[in-house]
Design a protein around this ligand. Structure first.
Ligand code: ARG
Length: 495
């Protein structure tokens, strides 16, 4: 492009940018992402300018027609690389097709500073709705796997040491609970995203009589931002969103990590479906959980994006600085990673093979019933828990399957009395050593007992319905606004 054809630079600057500088200043990846949003923003702004009489209806009609063509031709047709960014590419293409006397009026009362961040908010909320839908699927997959495993006993761990028996359903629902809160954080993030900065212009708003409520309605925002300097300067909605995504990824990573562990022969609890596994280029026997490792690994990348976003923003004076351009790709990449990770995890969970036998076999390994034996001693003999804890601790030096004689021996050593003379029976001891009975005793709210987890699963299913509706309502509101925008555009074009 010759400098005099460059509608942005031709007035103020006499030399064109070198290719290297052009590439350096370009926001290509994020610009491709916001292209559809930019068309919407251009349309809403133009419709509003016409409604306010800032531009005449005839010019608005020609602009909107040309924008329709640009949208239809798609992002590849506007040759973003040849321009500073997507905004200049669209406007230049518009001017080329509608002429400067018409197309040159679209950017009245607007700056790329408010334009870009309006576009980012529109693209982000769409992506966020997509992520919510993906997360709903993962939560459903966990619930459905849990439903069939409320009686699947397995060892629970603390410090990665065998601790107490629990059930697979109890542990899966623990992860589901974390994802519930992740979903809630996404809903929260949506509120911060969905406010309208358009009309802030460069930062000081404009002398044109803009109707910001009108663009707010056409673009499906909840309300206009009420300080134009805040409108172009703030990126806290990105920090909120990216933080919520980083937490979600962290929860995902812990689940991935657990499944990697459980898939080793040392655990032998689960096996990934072959479609979710890889093999080795040298060791023909290997079945590797690469996807889980990459989910875990990319969590590091997302946390990096979060830190990058905070670091870029934290030292910036108000209002717009080009540094802000660098924040958008952090968000975009975080969306890309989290959406694919969540989807792939949902698939891995719903195709996971469970080795119930091995879980059951290992559920008493490492004397996991020790706590219940101590509790049983308390219930049968009236001894304080701390004393019972000491006696069972002494028993833990044995093979993990103590008889009543062993218990008496230990209690003689510790307190000089036999528990069998104080009310502890063979039957009570045997029950305490049964892992499923251990689980069933733990029926306190939140515990692993079958009935308790079954209730939790039922509540979770209700919650999924509510969350699904919340996300779909947000989506419907967007669709409705898009319909209104399309109608407003059509009305102007038709005259
Ligand atoms: N490409 C820019 C961004 O992503 C658009 C805003 C540019 N504004 C400016 N004054 N240079 O932030």
């Amino acid at each position: 492009m010759k400098n005099n054809e460059d509608i942005l630079r031709r007035g103020r600057l006499s030399a064109a940018k070198s290719e290297e500088i052009n590439a350096f200043t370009s926001s290509l990846q994020a610009d491709r992402w916001i292209f559809p949003s930019d068309i919407m923003v251009d349309e809403a702004h133009t419709a509003m300018l016409a409604k306010q009489g800032v531009i005449v209806k005839k010019d608005a009609a020609a602009i909107l027609k040309a924008l329709g063509k640009i949208e239809k031709a798609g992002v590849d047709a506007i040759d973003i690389q040849a321009f500073e960014d997507v905004h200049m590419a669209i406007e230049s293409n518009l001017i080329r097709s509608a002429g400067e006397d018409v197309g040159g009026r679209m950017h009245s009362g607007r700056s790329r500073n408010d334009e870009v961040i309006t576009c980012v908010r529109i693209s982000a909320r769409k992506e966020l709705l997509g992520l919510m839908a993906d997360l709903l699927e993962l939560r459903k997959a966990l619930v459905s796997l849990a439903t069939g495993n409320v009686a699947t006993v397995m060892p629970g761990f603390t410090h990665l040491q065998h601790a107490q028996p629990t059930t697979l359903a109890h542990q899966l629902m623990a992860h589901a609970s974390a994802f519930d809160r992740d979903f809630e954080r996404l809903i929260d993030a949506y509120r911060f995203i969905n406010i309208n900065p358009l009309g802030s212009a460069a930062f000081a708003s404009t002398g044109y009589p803009l109707d910001r409520e009108y663009t707010t309605k056409l673009l499906g925002f909840d309300r206009p931002m009420d300080n134009s300097m805040d409108g172009v300067s703030s990126r806290d909605f990105i920090l909120t969103t990216i933080s919520a995504i980083a937490i979600l990824e962290t929860d995902l990573s812990r689940l991935a990590d657990e499944l990697v562990l459980w898939g080793t022969p040392e655990f032998g609890f689960v096996e990934l479906d072959d479609a979710y596994a890889s093999t080795s280029s040298i060791m023909p026997q290997k079945k590797n959980p690469d996807i889980l490792e990459l989910i875990r690994g990319r969590t590091g990348t997302v946390i990096g994006h979060m830190v990058a976003a905070f670091t870029i923003v934290k030292g910036l004076p108000y209002s717009y600085n080009s540094d802000l351009q660098e924040v958008t790709p952090q968000l975009l990449r975080s969306f890309e990673i989290s959406r694919s990770s969540v989807r792939i995890m949902a698939g891995a969970v719903s195709t996971l093979k469970i080795n119930k036998k091995e879980m059951a076999r290992k559920s008493t390994m490492g004397f996991t019933t020790a706590t219940e034996i101590a509790d049983t001693i308390v219930r049968s003999t009236g001894l304080p828990f701390r004393t019972a804890h000491g006696i069972v601790g002494r028993l833990a030096r044995g093979d993990g399957n103590p008889s009543l004689q062993d218990v008496d021996q230990a209690s003689m050593d510790m307190i000089g009395k036999k528990l069998s003379t104080m009310g502890l029976t063979e039957k009570a001891l045997e029950e305490a050593k049964d892992p499923m009975k251990n689980v069933q005793r733990r029926s306190v709210l939140g515990g692993p007992a079958k009935e308790t987890v079954t209730k939790k699963i039922a509540a979770e299913k209700e919650r999924l319905k509510t969350d699904e509706k919340a996300a779909s309502d947000l989506g419907k509101k967007q669709e409705k606004a898009q319909g209104e925008l399309a109608k407003a555009v059509e009305a102007i074009i038709k005259g």
